[in-house]
Design a protein around this ligand. Sequence first.
Ligand SMILES: C[C@@H](O)C(=O)SC[C@H](NC(=O)CC[C@H](N)C(=O)O)C(=O)NCC(=O)O
Ligand code: NI
Length: 138
Amino acid sequence: MKYLHTMIRVSDPDETIRFFNLLGLREIRRMENEAGRFTLIFLAAPGDESAQIELTHNCGETGYAGGRNFGHVAYAVENIYESCQRLADAGVTINRPPRDGNMAFVRTPDGISVELLQMGPALPPAEPWASAPNIGSW
Ligand SMILES: C[C@@H](O)C(=O)SC[C@H](NC(=O)CC[C@H](N)C(=O)O)C(=O)NCC(=O)O
Ligand code: NI
């Protein structure tokens, strides 16, 4: 068996694509279904195209409230501080800052939790992250 993708339903596909673009993912294909009034958009990191996230947008459907049964999707990043700074500069809330130089959590525009993990060993503590508080329900 081979892992293919995780699917999340999204209220605003363009806003969600912009979010994942900040993480370095790029759209690799999309499927419009006129009859079903939905669009599927697949994104992956260049060089890691086999690990995809599928965005499902149902026309006119918004206001998703996250089910407790879904946890998060996780990505390994080259530099957790640079990734979080890029997200923060773009207005994304860093809900669980990388105080330990290793792990951070953010959320997609619909509130899906995304874990960011430092590739390899944790980085040394660095401000502003070392003393940054959790934000929101974390
Ligand atoms: C292409 C393949 O990866 C799919 O996931 S298609 C699965 C299919 N999706 C839809 O019908 C999208 C619109 C639907 N209204 C929805 O919101 O899912 C499907 O069977 N979805 C049902 C599901 O529970 O995933
Ligand atoms: Ni699917």
